[in-house]
Design a binder for this molecule. Structure first.
Ligand code: CAA
Length: 379
């Protein structure tokens, strides 16, 4: 077992840190307040290779390992979790899904521009009445010979308006249950596809979350991913990897809040000395640092298993379950350490606290992670 990062991994970490500090930090408070998507910054992330990090270079990707992806996600999430959720969905749900299960034509047409950020992707599984219970798809993809007729509504879709390539999960044959579900690649501009309202959210307010409506959208058969009926397995298998991305996002939110609290505790004086010299604060910092380190190791473990092409479903679920709790706990303590200043926007920690909550909800709630983990334990 080797706990050292390679030179390449350290370089990726450094590049992501610099990018986050110079490009994402300015304006992050205003973007949160005005719910503005960091479009220019995301374009630059694409140019720097952060949107297709693990994609094979023959499809314009960075050909990097998953550990590098965890490192970059952590650094970007420390500063702007709205940018990092866009990055996570594009990398680990959309690019990975098409690269792993798509046809050569789909990779040429869709993966190549997605890997460079020329196009942004969205993953469309959740519906008004199918969140955790993902097999209850009400969106239908009726088989019409050479195409599917897509009808239905998707909810809470990350990159909903910014994306131009959408992986849409829909029911083709209800009698077959989850084996009658397909995943179709839908392009923005297809007739009958409308982007709905933007959500006004508690956290990650700069991210672009929309509902989507499909009315008799004709999707060519060649846009189906995998065999007929593979859509649910596709979604589950893709989410296994997505959860490593969200675990890393949670890790970054936690470590960002910790770094701010540590620095503040050395500056702020109370009772004649910096608050970092009071044991009440020291114990908080010790707990935060220990939990963050444990979350980081779980992320690395899941990423390592994925890179070794071993089963990583349980490890990814454990990483997400744990890191998202650490994000919540750490950000609450970071606000506490900042006292009154923690409750106002200029000090960033209140935003990180609001951003942390979603990591316990999307890409499978913490309760769903426990289902995934316990099923593996009881196999
Ligand atoms: N990996 C691979 N395959 C899996 C799997 C996994 N983690 N979980 C289930 N499957 C397979 C099963 O093996 C089964 O296949 P077979 O019948 O061939 O054996 C099939 O899928 C159906 O599985 P279940 O019978 O276990 O299905 P279920 O109805 O009991 O549900 C569940 C399982 C784990 C609860 C699943 O519904 C689930 O993960 N729900 C959460 C959905 C979710 O994460 N949504 C996130 C939305 S995307 C998002 O948030 C993106 C964003 O914008 C940030």
């Amino acid at each position: 077992m080797n706990f050292e990062l390679t030179e390449e991994q350290l370089a990726v970490q450094q590049a992501a840190r610099e990018f986050a500090q110079t490009e994402l930090l300015p304006g992050v408070i205003e973007r949160d307040e005005t719910q503005t998507f960091p479009l220019e910054q995301v374009k630059k992330m694409g140019e720097l290779g952060f949107l297709g990090m693990m994609v094979d270079p023959k499809y314009n990707g960075g050909g990097m390992d998953t550990i590098s992806y965890v490192l970059a996600m952590e650094e970007i999430s420390k500063i702007d979790a709205s940018a990092s959720v866009c990055m996570s969905v594009n990398n680990s749900l959309v690019c990975w899904g098409i690269e792993k299960y798509g046809t050569e034509e789909q990779k040429e047409k869709y993966l190549k521009p997605l890997a460079t950020g020329e196009k942004i992707g969205a993953f469309c599984l959740s519906e008004p009445e199918a969140g955790s219970d993902a097999t209850s798809q009400q969106t239908t993809a009726e088989d019409r010979g050479d195409h599917y007729l897509l009808n239905g509504t998707k909810n809470w879709i990350t990159n909903g308006n910014t994306a131009s390539v959408y992986l849409v999960v829909a029911q083709t044959d209800r009698e077959k249950g989850h084996k009658g579900i397909n995943c179709l690649i839908v392009e923005k501009g297809m007739e009958g596809f409308v982007v709905g309202k933007k959500e006004n959210k508690l956290g990650i307010r700069g991210s672009d979350t929309h509902s989507l409506m499909f009315t008799d959208v004709k999707v060519p058969k060649e846009n189906r991913i995998g065999d007929d009926g593979f859509g649910f397995k596709f979604a589950m298998s893709t989410l296994n990897g997505g959860r490593i991305g969200i675990a890393s996002q949670a890790l970054g939110i936690a470590s960002g809040a910790y770094e701010l609290a540590l620095a503040y505790s050395k500056e702020r004086k109370a009772f004649g000395k910096p608050i970092s010299q009071h044991q009440a604060i020291q114990f908080k910092l010790a707990d935060m640092a220990t939990e963050i380190e444990a979350a980081r190791l779980l992320c690395f473990k899941a990423a390592h298993l994925k890179d070794q092409k071993k089963d990583f479903g349980k490890a990814g679920a454990m990483a997400k379950l744990f890191a998202s709790k650490v994000a919540m706990d750490t950000t609450i303590e970071a606000v506490q350490i900042h006292g009154g200043y923690g409750y106002v926007k200029e000090y960033h920690v209140e935003r990180l606290m609001r951003d942390a909550k979603i990591t316990q909800i999307y890409e499978g709630t913490s309760e769903i992670q426990k289902i995934v983990i316990s099923r593996e334990l009881l196999k």
